[in-house]
Design a protein around this ligand. Structure first.
Ligand SMILES: N[C@@H](CCC(=O)N[C@@H](CS)C(=O)NCC(=O)O)C(=O)O
Length: 212
């Protein structure tokens, strides 16, 4: 019987959803250990991550995996199902590597923008810069997504596509912006949303009272 993984994160978090999708794809049983507030400043609440970030992965008898990518790699090692994953370092073309960089940066920029605006500082000049950066990255991704996807090697799954889907599904969920004007990205989102692992991991606010 497979050990149960503990994902330390939030059901409303796009980085956490990437990890949950990997758990589903590799058929690893998991529990979500909810971090009730992103303002918490004790590493214990984040599964021991001194960076005070989520997601993190706890597997019985093993050191914790800090962060989204490390957690996905650990799940891939423990899975009962064999899947061919394109990891970030396996992306063959500069265009795909740039698309991945901008996808992960968009996720981080969105987090920063939400943290700043939830704290009531939306008027700060830095919030405007973050917003402009996020929109600029989405324009670039929209222009290139079709070519990047068409030229990816054969795979069951790529970290890049899972991350891009979670970003695109999260932006409207958190009412940051609508993805509809970005037609190519919207089509990509809709196609990926039909996967069983995406259907099994919808965004929602956890029962405990979440804040920011
Ligand atoms: N580098 C981390 C970033 C994860 C991240 O930014 N997570 C957000 C929640 S989705 C977070 O922990 N935010 C807390 C903060 O900004 O202080 C990873 O790839 O896992």
């Amino acid at each position: 019987m497979l050990a149960t993984a503990r994902i330390v994160g939030r059901s409303s978090s796009h980085f956490t959803r990437v990890v949950r999708i990997f758990a589903e794809e590799f058929d690893v049983p998991y529990e979500l250990q909810v971090v009730p507030s992103l303002m918490a400043s004790s590493a214990e609440i984040y599964g021991g991550n001194p960076g005070l970030r989520l997601p993190n992965l706890l597997m019985p008898g093993e050191p914790p995996a800090f962060g989204c990518l490390n957690s996905c790699r650990a799940l891939a090692q423990h899975g009962s199902r064999s899947r061919h994953v394109l990891w970030p370092e396996a992306l063959p073309l500069p265009l795909a590597q740039n698309a991945q960089e901008l996808t992960l940066q968009s996720m981080s920029t969105e987090v920063s923008w939400l943290m700043i605006t939830t704290a009531g500082a939306e008027a700060a000049a830095y919030a405007s810069k973050l917003r402009a950066a996020l929109e600029g990255m989405l324009v670039w991704l929209d222009q290139h997504v079709d070519e990047v996807i068409a030229r990816l090697p054969t795979r069951d799954l790529s970290f890049f596509e899972v991350a891009l889907f979670c970003l695109l599904d999260h932006l409207p969920f958190r009412r940051v912006l609508s993805v509809e004007p970005y037609v190519n990205l919207q089509h990509f989102r809709d196609r990926f949303a039909a996967r069983a692992s995406a259907i099994a991991t919808p965004f929602q606010f956890d029962e405990v009272k979440e804040s920011s």
